[in-house]
Design a protein around this ligand. Structure first.
Ligand code: SF4
Length: 278
């Protein structure tokens, strides 16, 4: 097996992509994404240590949601960027640990996730570590499924939280939940019932993240309304935009204004038409 990913509905044979993603993701990128998730879990563990001691690490918040967002289907297949993100995360994690030690917080008994440090860039490309920490590392299928379901919920939550962040909205509660839930996916003492409860809580926070994004979107671009849309095609050079980030759409429209380049919406960006600003 060169990789294992079953995070989306397109997964091969309905069970898992094991050679290359149906989405086009290479085994190389998939394994790096497994490592990035591992690094993010390490940051969560250290953040939780800080929160227990009354210390916050604001610099970890955007890193965490951005890194989680990078690993959703089709969002980022650039192995160079993922390697840089892993290295950035390891530096961030270690700086956070140093700050905790300076403040007298004990780091005894930390999970490997908060300690692991690759010897070199090349070590990131070796499959050994990603196999050790990837999805199949959890042997019990029920526990594995629940851990992954929670992780996918967090990835979606992170995407919405990042869009809201881009419009100036953040939530300490959502960040704290993401850290708590990420650490819980490492906790072998949690039962399937515990993880079902955490899955439901993930859904609750996902709705909170959507509400935060909705408030940010309507605050910036107005309340959605019934809108007549031109569905034709013109001869101009054009850019097709998808995704949920309305600020991306705003910037693209500003940058193309008066250039003769048309902007077409697609998929998730179709709702962009409902907002009066657009
Ligand atoms: S994200 Fe890509 S690699 Fe993962 S299950 Fe979906 S199609 Fe397969």
């Amino acid at each position: 097996m060169k990789m294992f990913c079953y995070q989306c509905q397109e997964t091969a044979k309905g069970t898992g992509c094991t050679v290359r993603g149906v989405c086009g993701k290479t085994d190389h990128v998939s394994n790096l994404q497994d490592l990035l998730i591992y690094v993010v879990k390490g940051i969560a563990v250290v953040s939780n240590k800080g929160l227990e001691a009354g210390l916050k690490f604001p610099e970890a918040n955007f890193f965490t949601i951005n890194a989680l967002f990078m690993t959703i289907t089709n969002a980022n297949f650039d192995d160079g960027i993922i390697i840089e993100k892993i290295k950035e995360g390891l530096d961030l994690r270690d700086n956070m640990k140093s700050e905790l030690v300076e403040k007298g917080v004990s780091l005894d008994g930390l999970h490997d996730v908060a300690i692991w440090t690759p010897d070199s860039d090349e070590a990131l490309l070796e499959k050994a570590k990603s196999s050790e920490v990837g999805i199949l590392a959890t042997e019990d299928e029920d526990i594995r499924s629940l851990r992954e379901l929670i992780t996918y919920g967090l990835k979606g939550m992170a995407a919405y939280a990042e869009h809201a962040y881009n419009l100036g909205s953040e939530s300490e509660d959502i960040y704290a939940f993401i850290y708590r839930a990420l650490e819980a996916t490492l906790d072998d003492s949690l039962t399937a019932d515990d993880l079902v409860a955490l899955t439901l809580e993930t859904g609750k926070y996902g709705v909170d993240a959507m509400a935060m994004l909705d408030a940010a979107n309507t605050g910036a671009y107005g309340n959605p309304e019934i809108t007549e849309v031109n569905i034709g095609v013109r001869d101009n050079p054009a850019i097709l935009i998808s995704g949920h980030d309305l600020k991306d759409l705003k910037q693209l429209l500003d940058q193309t204004e008066g250039t003769g380049v048309d902007v077409y919406t697609h998929g998730e960006m179709l709702p962009g038409h409902y907002y009066p600003e657009f």
